[in-house]
Design a protein around this ligand. Structure first.
Ligand code: AMP
Ligand code: ZN
Length: 466
């Protein structure tokens, strides 16, 4: 039985979907004003792991992710570039999905753009107004939070004794003219030179929070199973989503709220504003493989912060290379017909340990430990030559089962071009002539790591791919 830590109840709970075999999941997607960094991808890969594990458990998954394609930064940057919102955001949306796919994340069943759902947002705001939750000021519409008794139930913040009349910046929306500092904007009146939509609420554009209430309920219904995102979205974003959705429908919005902890750098959250970030592309340019980045980001359970270092990434690089090599060797092992009870026992034990770990609030560290022990034990059986044909088939099927969740055994070697290989070999020959054996060994090791085998023959050095 899968158990998940639910931010709403502050407890690890047994997961029971509304419909027996189907799970409806909404994940807050990227704001497409720039390249995403690998901190963002920690959260998206966590969502990928969650969806894959739900499928592993036999559920049919309907996973929805939005694209936030309108906000202050996007407007400013697109205006600077003389592009429409759509032209500007399409560029970063495409980059985002290039990275997303390369990191081995499965595409959600639905990917929805905020700007395609303005009518749905207006509809919810109208329902909120009818229920007495809104007020207007200077052409903008605000949510009056003290009309919603459950306000604060997700973040466990206490809003009694709020300062009224104060104006404070609590998220990416800029506040003015609010009655209460914590009230938030649902619909923003147009400002000169900015793009706007013509609606019953006047000319303007949506606040950030209303986007997710509108898109999630449109795609998944007024009550659905799981809502996920990074931990920084708990307040105010998700708290406000609850106020909007439940304030409009009177029904519980989401049963399980799950949040991924931060990717950190030297004790601080990786973030654009601190400048302490790597994009996926930065790391690929440095020669790291997507598979290792994926491994590293998934290796710590989502409820723990993960400290990012290049040294850690190098470690992940050798781990995924070892896993890949193991799979290749197992595939190629020559075996005789038959099967052994020891292999059946190893597979059953390893899969159970893996599943118990993942059931325990997706404890990836323990699940990966089960995978590594399985690899180690299979390696010694391979070395002893004790495996039979049915064992091999069953072991490969077990690898696929683990990999349906983690996707880390796959191809990881970056192919080197023939010309690059030849250039390195030439450099090695020159180093040897100059008696610089340290450099010549270094090059040989580098080539070995890339799967290139060197043979010294009387006609010179030949090379082949492993
Ligand atoms: P954004 O594109 O800024 O809307 O963020 C996309 C997602 O990345 C959100 O779910 C954030 O909570 C998440 N996020 C941002 N920074 C980090 C970080 N350092 N570690 C993990 N998740 C993060
Ligand atoms: Zn959201």
């Amino acid at each position: 039985m899968l158990k998940l830590y639910n931010t709403l109840t502050n407890q690890v709970e047994e997961f029971k979907p509304i419909e027996e075999n189907k799970v409806r999941v909404y994940v807050c997607g990227p704001t497409v004003h720039d390249f995403a960094h690998i901190g963002n991808f920690r959260t998206f890969l966590f969502a990928d792991l969650l969806r894959r594990y739900l499928k592993f458990k036999g559920y049919q998954v309907h996973h929805v992710m939005n694209i936030t394609d309108v906000d202050d930064k996007i407007i400013r940057k697109s205006v600077e570039k003389g592009q429409t919102l759509r032209e500007y955001t399409q560029i970063y949306t495409d980059y985002f999905f290039e990275d997303f796919d390369a990191l081995g994340a499965e595409r959600p069943e639905e990917i929805l753009r905020a700007t395609d759902h303005i009518p749905e947002m207006i509809e919810i705001i109208k329902r909120l107004s009818a229920n007495g939750h809104t007020y207007q000021s200077d052409g903008s519409t605000y949510y009056r939070i003290n009309t919603f008794t459950g306000y604060g139930k997700l973040s466990k913040m206490n809003f009694e004794g709020n300062v009224t009349g104060a104006s404070e910046r609590v998220d990416s929306d800029e506040y003015e003219a609010k009655e209460n500092a914590r009230d938030f904007v649902l619909w923003k009146a147009v400002k000169p030179g900015e793009p706007f939509w013509e609606t019953d609420l006047g000319q303007g554009r949506p606040g950030w929070h209303i986007e997710c209430s509108a898109m999630s309920m449109k795609a998944l219904g007024e009550t659905f199973d799981i809502h996920a995102g990074g931990i920084d979205l708990v307040f105010p974003h998700h708290e406000n989503e609850i106020a909007q959705s439940e304030g409009a429908t009177g029904k519980p919005f989401v049963h399980y709220w799950v949040h991924a902890e931060f990717l950190m750098v030297e004790g601080q959250k990786m973030s654009k504003s601190l400048g302490n970030f790597f994009t996926f592309r930065d790391l690929v340019e440095k020669g790291y493989t997507p598979r290792a980045i994926r491994y590293l980001l998934l290796s710590a359970p989502h409820h723990k912060q993960l400290n990012f270092t290049l040294e850690g990434l190098r470690g992940a690089e050798s781990t995924v290379a070892r896993l890949n090599d193991f799979k290749l060797r197992l595939n190629e092992a020559a075996v005789e017909d038959g099967e052994t009870p020891a292999t059946a026992e190893l597979i059953a034990r390893s899969l159970k340990r893996f599943e118990d770990a993942m059931d325990d609030d997706l404890n990836t560290a323990e699940a990966l430990a089960a995978v590594h022990d399985f690899v180690r034990e299979t390696n010694s059986a391979l070395a002893q030559g004790s495996l039979k044909a049915d064992d091999k088939k069953a072991l490969l099927a077990a690898v696929d089962r683990f990999d349906s969740v983690f996707s880390i055994f796959g191809e990881v070697k970056k192919e080197m071009l023939d010309s690059e290989i030849q250039a390195l070999i030439d450099e090695r020959q020159a180093a040897r002539k100059a008696k610089n054996f340290a450099r010549s060994d270094e090059i040989r090791n580098q080539l070995t790591e890339m799967g290139i085998i060197l043979e010294d023959t009387k006609d010179g050095v030949r090379w082949r791919r492993k």
